[in-house]
Design a protein around this ligand. Sequence first.
Ligand code: M6R
Length: 616
Amino acid sequence: MCGIVGYVGDRLSQDILLGGLGRLEYRGYDSAGIAVVDAEGALHHRKRAGKLQVLRDDLQAHPLADGNIGIGHTRWATHGAPNDENAHPHLADGGNLAVIHNGIIENFAELREELLDAGVELLSETDTEVAAQLIGREYARTQDLEQAFRAVVTRLEGAFTLLAVHANQPDVIVGARLNSPLVIGLGEGENFLGSDVAAFVEHTPRAIAVGQAQVVVVRKDSVEITTFDGQPAEGEAFEVDWDASAAEKGGWSSFMAKEIAEDPEAVENTIRGRIAEGTVHLPDLESLSEEYFRDIDRILLIACGTAYYSGLTGAYALEQWSRIPVSVELAHEFRYRDPVIDDRTLVVSLSQSGETMDTLMAVRYVREAGAKTISICNTQGATIPRESDAVVYTYAGPEVAVASTKAFVAQIAAIYLLGLHVAKVRGTLADEAIAEIAEEFQAIPDKLREALEEHERIATLANWMSDTRSVLFLGRHTGYPIALEGALKLKEIAYIHAEGFAAGELKHGPIALIEPGQPVFVLVPSPRHEDGLHAKIVSNIEEIRARGARVLTVAEAGDASVLPYSDEVFAMPPTSKFFEPFLRVVPLQIFALELSTAKGLDVDQPRNLAKSVTVE
Ligand code: M6R
């Protein structure tokens, strides 16, 4: 989960590389580096521990020689501490070869031994340097970077995207990928490489996603793709459908603040054209026949982190509407327990990035077991959608902050689209019922806008609570996964203890945590719903209130029943039962954002985390 960028053309590569790294910094930000080859065929590099700004400052103070070809890297450490030595690029072949890498080379220990036995001096603790030295030794033998790559990549196990430049071949970047992403950006008389399109979208929207186990040779006016064993191959060409300004902070204090404010558009754009004329239209699923949807007897949602919570949230409506049993699994747990899967199981993966390794591996596992897979994904050309039988893209736009927000609401929207599609095909919802749901669905973006109006009040609360050491979250039904998501947001960016519970579970243990002053967010459903849950959660509020909890309620506007027991009430517009999670999560996202800000923390780049977890 590092960011990788490459450039070859007529422009000065350094600025382009730093620009690309700036957009990829969300993938890792503990060190950064670049290497360029100048017109005389000399390789220059610089790398620094710390955020990209440290490297930028260093380059400004001590400029590197100019060149029209280069590679750049921003790191999230796996092997070796985040220091200057372990930062990329790593050099080999007497300092003439520079290599950058994303992923984990699992057999690096044995390869490292081999190099040490051969007397090679290694300067870092990284698996990347091992790859660089192996390529360097092959280069010394073949004097050809592509051949050197081919000889080495088949020896590497695990996950890698590698890019390299060599001083003796100042017109070419060679790259390879296995289980880790690589995208080419096609320019006019120049070409780009990146971990994702954000690396080059300000220069070109034309892209090619490099396939699994492929080698690429990129010059300023040509791109060649081959398999590891040298057979001609093709990547997947596509056009990026957002422009660079969508990934800019604009006037916002943080990307997370901007992205929460974009919750309404994330849902609006995801349902646009798909919910119309009182029904659902999902041509995205054409590759799976109606007969297939009639035959399935189980739906399994797999994901990690926030995407997993969107799965837990969406599962309620999906099961209710389709009348098919739905289960939700953490991708990394699921595939190690020999799960029962067959061709009547529909597996739906959820991933903002489409590159989460745990989720990708689970997708591969279930496909081998004979199941069909649908990817719900926010990133065009990513690996998971490309390896799935069908994809329902979410249109949340690029999400840069590590803490996922707008992608979460868009994912729930996509699960609901799928649920309506399956219900329509199987006839488990009447047309009138679908029309009623469709109408409420279309109203959600505006209701999200209303929900966002509570921002100032929540910010005031968060400022007041900046010394808080622990916050609990309670919910029932869809409020339960929203409680889990609220707690995750707070842990991630405010670094405080936070836990979400099913409110019904309270008396089975967690109520022992309640002591005077303990802040507890409670997600209260509408009293208008006829399922009795409102009364139950009001009882839970009374129980914690009686023990001194500070009760922070998110409830429907006008719900007077919670007022006597709440220290604060955040009022959400009324909606039907399954649409409440869209609105209930908003105050929790804002609260995490504002508490992190009040504590003076880096909201967008929290410690120890990276946006895209491309290692298992
Ligand atoms: O890209 P994905 O949706 O597959 O990522 C899954 C999780 O890593 C991600 O949601 C993570 O939990 C976020 N940082 C949560 O805010």
